[in-house]
Structure formats: structure tokens, C-alpha cells
Design a protein around this ligand. Sequence first.
Ligand code: PMP
Length: 402
Amino acid sequence: MQKLLGVRDDFPILSGNLVYLDNAATSQKPACVTDRLMRYYQEENANVYRGGYRLSRQSTDSYRIARKSMENFLEAESGGSVIFVRGATEACNLAAAGFCRRYLRPGDNIVVTELEHHSNLLPWLEQCRMRQCSLRIARAQEDGGLPARRVTELIDERTRLVAVTAMSNVTGVCPDLPAIIEAAHRRKAAVFVDAAQAAAHTELPAKELDYDFLCFSGHKVYGPMGSGVLYGKRKFLDEMEPVFFGGGMVEEAGTENVLYKSVPEKFEAGTPDVAASLGLETAVQYLGKLGRKEVRAYENQLAGYLRESLEKLNGIRILGPEGLTGPVLSFVSDRLSSYDIGMMLAMKNIAVRSGAHCAHPYMRRLDARGACRVSLALYNTRQDIDFLCAGLKEILHDTGKS
Ligand code: PMP
């Protein structure tokens, strides 16, 4: 934990009295990331691939190195490739369109879980609709938990892919990825992991976990908005057709025949957001220097303290089960709407998020129309949680546990 001491000083936006507890929506950026963006635009800006001059070659090299850094971040070594995208939503759409076009035949099915953010639900739903395939939903328990069995029992010989979150953006529940991946592979189904929430908090070693696809958004791992990663095993990516078409992804184009570049360029049509990818590279290097294990241990401790502290309040219900969860937690009040609580906390300069969190099926399972979500990052402290709970006590007119 030593390395995390003084870490708040790296985040200029936290220098005032903001209590920022909305990290599942987006994390704040350390100065090294914003400096990297500035340096790129002030000293290095040029389009990639297409120029022989120094700046363009330098930009192309930096972009390629950033891609390697992402592969290192995922401990992917040579088994797969990283495609840069604008975020997890784009990654899910790209993977769904590319994978389903190549591998889905009428009568096949795809398995998703009820925990999914709409970004990892709707692209698969739409593909299944278009292709006369069925989408099977692994239902969560009433308490929000999802034992692996609920997913694995849906997988059969017509299942082509299982799409599963690594961490719920509502309750922080982390499905048992190794068990799900093992069962899917036994039935020759691929696995797509949505790591939008997990990537900032836990390691996701590609080689060890053996998922086939994984995505995350850069802006939730201390990187810039508009950055993100879709990782895929080469055996799939090589076989899949491009999804977006345009400049930069073509070896040779005629009006009738086109020869596309190989992976990853064939999936990255048009000018990429080079600065965003370089900023993301800086962000993951920053995380790496702090130590991902240290960050995970610290955040888990803090998440325990958050739960304990909220449990002491009267009149709120915490959604989701205890254990096997990340540092994301939602609650509902028996008196006030989540919007009212969010607004009243905002007046105290405490940032949380209210609503259905783009996870309507899961919220229905949890019997909640809206919830207040508190989500932690490496720069949060016990003091932040104490402020939150003191604020909530006032708002809820709570006079202590009876
Ligand atoms: N999946 C999960 C689990 C998420 O929490 C989010 C963002 N809230 C997304 C996907 C989509 O990420 P983005 O909006 O950055 O594309």
C-alpha cells in the first residue's frame, strides 16, 4: 500500500473538496495522462501510416508501441491482437457484428447473462434477431448473484458464444470466469468478456484465463475518453470480416474487388484517435507502476469499509450479495428516490450516480427501478466514505441504527 500514499496529488481535479465516488462511470485522470495528450498535440501530431516524413513515422511508431503496451497489460503475449476502439460499447458492437456474421447460422444460440450492461446485451440481441438465432439469458439470483452453473447449463452444441461481464456495473458482482470459460470451451463455444468495470481493479491475464475476446474502455482505467480496447484471439480475428470500411484498412481496392489488410488494421478503418491511445498507454503504465495487486488489495479493503459503513445506516437496502464483488455498490432507500439522493449528495459536493445504470434486466431482477451507485477508485479514502455516510445520514434523517 506504500506506493499508493500521496496518490491523490497525481490527480489535479481532486485538489479541491470534491468527493468523487462515480468511478464506474468514468475515472479521473492523473496529470501524466493529460500531459501525454498535450505533448502529442503540441509536439507529435501527424496522421499515422500515410506519411514518409518524420512526424508521421514517429506517430505511427508510437501508436504501434501503444498497441504492444495493451497486449502487455492483458498479458496477451502472442496469442491475440488488440484493436483500438473508442470504448467498450464500440468493442461489443464490433465483436458482435464480426463474430456473428462469420460464425452464426440460423438455429444457433448465444448465451449472455442478466448482469450485462446494455452495451454487452443489445449488440448480441440484434445479431440474433437478424440471423434467426436465439439469445439465451442466464438469470441472476434474486440477491443479484450469478453462480457459474446458471450460465453453463445454458450452453449446448448450438452455442457459438458466451458473452459475460467480468464485473457488474451495478453490484460489482464478478462471475466465475474460469468456470464459465472452461465450460464454454468444452462445448466449443467462444467467450467474450466485458471488462469495462473490471479492468481498472483487477488483472485479466489473457493467457491464463483463456478468454477469446475481451474489451474495456480507456476512460474507466484513468485514460482518456474515446480510447478503448477490443482484444481477440487471432484464430477468430483472422477469419472475421471487417465491420467498418474506409481508409487505412485496405491493401488494394478496385471498384469490384478489395484486398483488406490483416489484423488489426482491417478492423480500424479511418483515422484512429492516436492521442487517446497514447494517453491510455500512459494510464496503464501508471497503474502498472503503482502495482495492480496493491491497487486491488487497497480497493477491496475500502470496498469492505464502504459496505460496513452503509450497513450501519437505517432505511437503505444494499443491492447484490456480499463477497466476490468489486468496488462498486448500489443501494436504494425506502423513502427517497435514487435521483433525489443523488441530487442532495451533489449539493454536498459528493458525486455518485443514480438511475438504472444501463442494466434494466438486472435492475428488474434486483427489484429496483433506480439505485444510487457508489464506485471506488485507487485515490478514494476512508474519509470519502465517511463524508458520504455523514451526508446520507442527514439526507435520510437517520438517527442511528435502532
Ligand atoms: N460495460 C459495462 C459493464 C459498463 O459499465 C459500461 C459503461 N458504463 C460499458 C460496458 C460501456 O462503456 P462505454 O460507455 O465506455 O462504451
